[in-house]
Each structure stands twice: as structure tokens, then as C-alpha cells.
Design a protein around this ligand. Structure first.
Ligand SMILES: NC(=O)CC[C@H](N)C(=O)O
Length: 306
């Protein structure tokens, strides 16, 4: 988990719980290494070489990489380096909200060769604004610019890992909490370069899920799937990450397509579907015992980095 740790905030705890739910469903013990994203950055190599070395050793030893959501520009470079490392080395990657946005910026810089590419949250003057301010709601009402709460994502590509993980559904409802989004004007260029936008909102203008099809598992979601994860319905993107990290993804995708899910769902092409939406459940058989004890090992430095 590559983030910024000034103490474990609620959002990190939700992500951790979602990882636990997914690990239990894959019958695996979860080991979380916390990497402060600033420690991956070049400036740390000279200022604190030991921390730099330790951070890269942890990242390179990981079976999967998760970059969660966040605000503010501290550690953004390091998060992008983690996405680049995962993309180039075929290491399973899940980017959530900011973690997706930075994966898109990284792709623009290093695959599409736009060195200036950025989110306007971090560089308002960039000539290649691949993530831009896309507020929703009132600009005058206090707090009204945040795209907040449950929103619907429609799968535009059905033959993709995310759609399969969610159980071949037409759409999913997940929770949102952000102001910036992928620049829709740049989507054709991204798609030509190999980045797929497999999930979009109802207008087709808001990009919700990215994938790199020929990567083992490289998925980014603009929403926060961790908020809907429960022990009995582990969140599908988290199940995908964990399954890919332990070599079970093919089996999980196959099971998922064979209907091994418990929640009601909209089958693709089924026009007589019920109003129930499949919310987050690629349900798997639970391992014996709960998730509270003994399944998570954090390396203890989670709250010591600023
Ligand atoms: N929750 C998040 O990760 C927010 C991402 C980004 N800062 C935005 O506002 O869009």
C-alpha cells in the first residue's frame, strides 16, 4: 500500500478492511507493507537513503500494489512511480480515485511521451491536462463541487477483468468522493495507446474504470469500492487484486462468469432485469473464522511517516 501516512485515516482503514475481505475469500493471509510514497521519490535518495532503499525493497517485494485515494500534492510523484513500476513489471495494480488518476498521468508521460502531462489539481498550467476539474452540482453552495455518494458506472467493454469480477453485470453503483476526473477529450488518444476505459457514467463523459488489457491486472477506479466491501461480499476490484497477486485470477474470473455470485445482478443483455443492482459482490466461500484476528500483518511503520 503506497500512500501518505500521517496516521491511519478512516479511508485507509476501509481499504485495509476491503483487502482483508478479499484475502479471506481467496483463502490467503494478507500481509500489508506500508510504503510512504515520498520515500520512493528521488529527493529521498539523497536526504534519507535508508528510507529510500527500504521503500523500494518493500515495493519490489510486493505481489500486488495498491495506491488509494488522497488529496494534496505531497507524495504524488512517489505514487506515480509505484504505478509505473507495477505497469512495467506486470505486477498487479489497483488504483483508487487519486490512485487511478495518477496511473493515467503516468501512462500519458511515459507511454504516450507527454512529459508535461499532469492533473490540473497539481499543475493548473500543464499543456497536457489529462486529469481535470470536473465538479458536479453547485459551484456556489458550500461543498457543492465534490462528486459525492453513490453513482452508477456502466460497463462499456464487457470482455474485461472488472466486468467479469463484478459478475458480468451491465452496471454497478459505487461511492464517489472527488472533484477531478480523466479529461474526456483525451480518451481517444489514451485508447489508441492501449489504456482502456471500460466503465463510464451514463453520459459517457466521466471515466470510472481503467484497464490495461495485456497486463496481468492493472485496474484503476474513480470510485471508492472499499466503502461497500463486507466480509460476505468482498469488493470485486479488491478480489481481483488479491487473486491476481496470488495467481488465482483466471480461476476467479471463470467462477465469476459461471455465476458463482450471491448477490442479485443484471446479466448482460438481459432486458427483463430486476431493479436490484449487484452492488459489490463477487462472493466466494468464506474461510473458516473471521477476518478480525491474525489475517493481517502490517509492518508497523504506518503511522510514523509524515
Ligand atoms: N478521493 C480522492 O482520491 C480524491 C482525488 C482527487 N484529489 C480529486 O479530488 O479528484
Amino acid at each position: 500500500m503506497v500512500g501518505k501516512y500521517t496516521g491511519l485515516s478512516d479511508s485507509y482503514l476501509s481499504v485495509l478492511k476491503a483487502l482483508l475481505h478479499a484475502s479471506v475469500s481467496c483463502h490467503k493471509k494478507l500481509v500489508v507493507d506500508w510504503v510512504a510514497s515520498t520515500d520512493l521519490e528521488d529527493s529521498t535518495a539523497s536526504e534519507a537513503p535508508d528510507a529510500y532503499k527500504a521503500a523500494w525493497t518493500l515495493l519490489k517485494g510486493a505481489d500486488g500494489v495498491l495506491v488509494p485515494g488522497g488529496f494534496g500534492d505531497r507524495g504524488v510523484k512517489g505514487k506515480m512511480m509505484a504505478a509505473k513500476y507495477a505497469r512495467e513489471n506486470n505486477v498487479p495494480y489497483l488504483g483508487i480515485c487519486l490512485g487511478m488518476q495518477l496511473a493515467v498521468v503516468e501512462f500519458a508521460r511515459h507511454v504516450m511521451k507527454f512529459p508535461d502531462a499532469d492533473s490540473t489539481e497539481f499543475n493548473p498550467n500543464t499543456k497536457t491536462p489529462c486529469v481535470i476539474f470536473m465538479p458536479e452540482g453547485s459551484k456556489t453552495h458550500m461543498g457543492g463541487t465534490m462528486r459525492l455518494g453513490s453513482r452508477r458506472t456502466f460497463f462499456k467493454v464487457t470482455d474485461c477483468k472488472s466486468a467479469k469480477l463484478y459478475g458480468d453485470v451491465n452496471y454497478v453503483d459505487e461511492r464517489h468522493r472527488h472533484r477531478y476526473e480523466v479529461n474526456p477529450d483525451m480518451v481517444p488518444a489514451f485508447e489508441n495507446a492501449g489504456l482502456q476505459f471500460v466503465g463510464k457514467d451514463e453520459t459517457g463523459q466521466r471515466m470510472e474504470i481503467i484497464e490495461i488489457p495485456d497486463h496481468r491486472f492493472f485496474v484503476g477506479v474513480q470510485f471508492h469500492p472499499e466503502f461497500k466491501s463486507t466480509p460476505s461480499k468482498p469488493s470485486p476490484p479488491f478480489v481481483g487484486l488479491i487473486a491476481a497477486a496470488c495467481g488465482q485470477l483466471d480461476q476467479v474470473l471463470q467462477d465469476s462468469c459461471n455465476g458463482h455470485v450471491v448477490a442479485a445482478k443484471h446479466k448482460l443483455g438481459d432486458s427483463s432485469s430486476t431493479p436490484l443492482v449487484h452492488q459489490n459482490g463477487h462472493a466466494q466461500k468464506q474461510a473458516n473464522g473471521g477476518v478480525a484476528n491474525g489475517t493481517c500483518h502490517a509492518n508497523g511503520n504506518g503511522s510514523t511517516h509524515g
